[in-house]
Design a protein around this ligand. Structure first.
Ligand code: FE2
Ligand code: FE2
Length: 174
């Protein structure tokens, strides 16, 4: 079994880690739909079908939008990473300096994921306005990259920060 796909049960977690797992669960759940969308684009699903699927996602999930700038999913992901970068990581560094190198890596992951989501936003618009084999292949590539990088990142973050964050029952003092 691919352990990056493992679903964590937030009920089992404690403290700030529980909050982190809650949002990770939502991000993972909607990544399944990202993977399905990539498969549809690869299979030559009509563009209108892609747009309809995204509208459906928009209606039935709090997370999606294909065009109009950035996708809602990307924005939620971006806000989550911004909170980690601005608050959780600096506090974790202060509380346990042995995590510095791990957190350096997590911050690098955030940048990589951010660049991928920017590519997706641009390519989603490109496929809608210029439906060619190349634009579709590029969009499939970007969606697939998001899935693999994000799943790996979420799993690494949980493994490396879970023990510390589980001890924070409220926001720690400096
Ligand atoms: Fe993260
Ligand atoms: Fe996270």
């Amino acid at each position: 079994m691919d352990e990056t796909k493992e679903t964590f049960d937030p009920e089992r977690a404690r403290g700030v880690f529980r909050e982190l797992l809650y949002i990770h669960t939502i991000l993972r759940r909607d990544l399944d739909r990202v993977a399905q969308l990539a498969a549809d684009v690869r299979a030559g699903y009509p563009v209108q079908g892609v747009v309809d699927t995204v509208r459906d996602l928009e209606t039935n999930s709090p997370l999606w939008r294909l065009r109009e700038g950035c996708w809602r999913y990307c924005r939620i992901l971006h806000s989550h990473h911004t909170i980690e970068d601005a608050a959780i990581f600096p506090m974790a560094r202060r509380k346990d300096p042995s995590l510095n190198r791990v957190i350096d890596k997590l911050e690098e992951d955030h940048l990589i994921v951010h660049h991928i989501t920017e590519r997706i936003a641009a390519l989603a618009t490109a496929v809608s306005t210029n439906d060619t084999f190349e634009t579709r292949a590029d969009l499939v590539g970007a969606l697939t990259d998001l899935e693999s990088h994000l799943l790996t990142h979420l799993a690494f973050e949980e493994t490396s920060l879970g023990p510390l964050l589980s001890t924070w029952n409220s926001w720690p003092e400096d």
